[in-house]
Design a protein around this ligand. Structure first.
Ligand SMILES: [Zn+2]
Length: 101
């Protein structure tokens, strides 16, 4: 069986019994997500650092409805530099795992 990412628009249409328009939007959605995951990713070490930062900022309260709390800033240099920023208090931390460069 094929993975979702490998299906064409026609195959999505057939598999999920949806219209061509819906299949096209679904196709775009699947591949847009795929592109984002491929370009911007953090490893386990960076994920742990991000979680520690989030823990420290648990006192910073985001807006209850759809409030984003953190931004991830990716800066390509010789490796990929990653910063996390608390959107509530404005503090920023470098969470780059330099050992993997
Ligand atoms: Zn904060």
């Amino acid at each position: 069986m094929k993975d979702l990412e490998e299906l064409s628009v026609d195959e999505l249409k057939q598999k999920y019994c949806i219209s061509g328009k819906k299949a096209t939007s679904l196709f775009d959605l699947i591949h847009r997500g795929d592109k984002i995951r491929k370009v911007f990713k953090i490893n386990d070490v960076e994920c742990k650092a991000a979680n520690a930062f989030a823990e420290k900022h648990s006192i910073c309260k985001a807006h209850p409805i759809g409030g984003s709390k953190f931004s991830y800033i990716f800066t390509p240099t010789i490796g990929m530099n990653v910063h996390i920023k608390c959107l509530i208090c404005g503090k920023k931390k470098d969470i780059t795992d330099y050992d993997c460069w």
